[in-house]
Design a protein around this ligand. Structure first.
Ligand SMILES: Nc1nc2c(c(=O)[nH]1)N[C@H]1C(S)=C(S)[C@@H](COP(=O)(O)O)O[C@H]1N2
Ligand SMILES: [Mo]
Length: 198
């Protein structure tokens, strides 16, 4: 059915296969939620195949151009949450500032407690890929990744590392925490790439 000139986007066109919409914001992770008492001790290490390795404070992060993006998130366990507004900085701005080498093809995201996730560099540097410090106008809560998390909405949400502390650029694709445990190296929800063999 058409209404005037613009075609209506049906909700089902927004939901990848085998996903169900929730209006809640589930909390999902392995390990413990970190609580930071002194943010002056927090930093983000950017390293690997780069011209300029960086150790960024939270203030350094805030000094990058601000980005605000609205997107849908899709967890591999089957829930999707629509219309999330994230405030943060573009992941590609970090890559540019660090000067990523040509032979780098992949990124390892390092979170607290040694948790990692891997993704192709081309997914990291997308216009829609963020390092976010706020959700729907409020600073991230500790459970949702305070102070800084990745947001890669075009991949399953497990790639969106909470409590980010390091970004490493690599030549080869090294499996992260869930990827070592049978989850997909890329994780595109539209292709239903849940497990290694999908
Ligand atoms: N550091 C860290 N980040 C993580 C995880 C984790 O276990 N540790 N789990 C991932 C998974 S599986 C999901 S679905 C989302 C959940 O984010 P939320 O708790 O903000 O909804 O965080 C992702 N980021
Ligand atoms: Mo997840």
């Amino acid at each position: 059915m058409f209404f005037g000139k613009t075609k209506q986007t049906r909700q089902s066109d927004r939901i990848p296969p085998n996903q169900n919409v929730t209006t809640k914001f589930p909390v999902l992770h392995a390990g413990n939620v970190p609580y930071y008492e002194d943010m002056s001790k927090w930093n983000l290490q950017v390293y690997g195949l780069v011209d300029r390795p960086m150790l960024l404070s939270f203030e350094d992060i805030k000094a990058f151009p601000k980005a605000e993006l609205k997107n849908d998130i899709h967890c591999v366990t089957g829930w999707s949450r629509l219309d999330n507004v994230w405030q943060g900085i573009r992941a590609k701005d970090i890559a540019e500032k660090a000067g990523v080498h040509e032979e780098a093809g992949f990124v390892i995201l390092h979170a607290e407690e040694g948790w990692t996730a891997n993704l192709p560099l081309s997914d990291f540097t997308r216009e829609t890929s963020l390092l976010a410090y706020a959700h729907n106008g409020e600073p991230l809560t500790p459970e949702h990744g305070y102070p800084l998390r990745g947001v890669f909405p075009h991949l399953y949400f497990w790639k969106s590392a909470k409590w980010l502390r390091g970004i490493q650029f690599t030549k080869e694709n090294h499996p992260g925490f869930w990827e070592k445990n049978g989850y997909h190296m890329r994780g595109d929800p539209w292709k239903n790439q849940r497990f290694t063999w999908d």
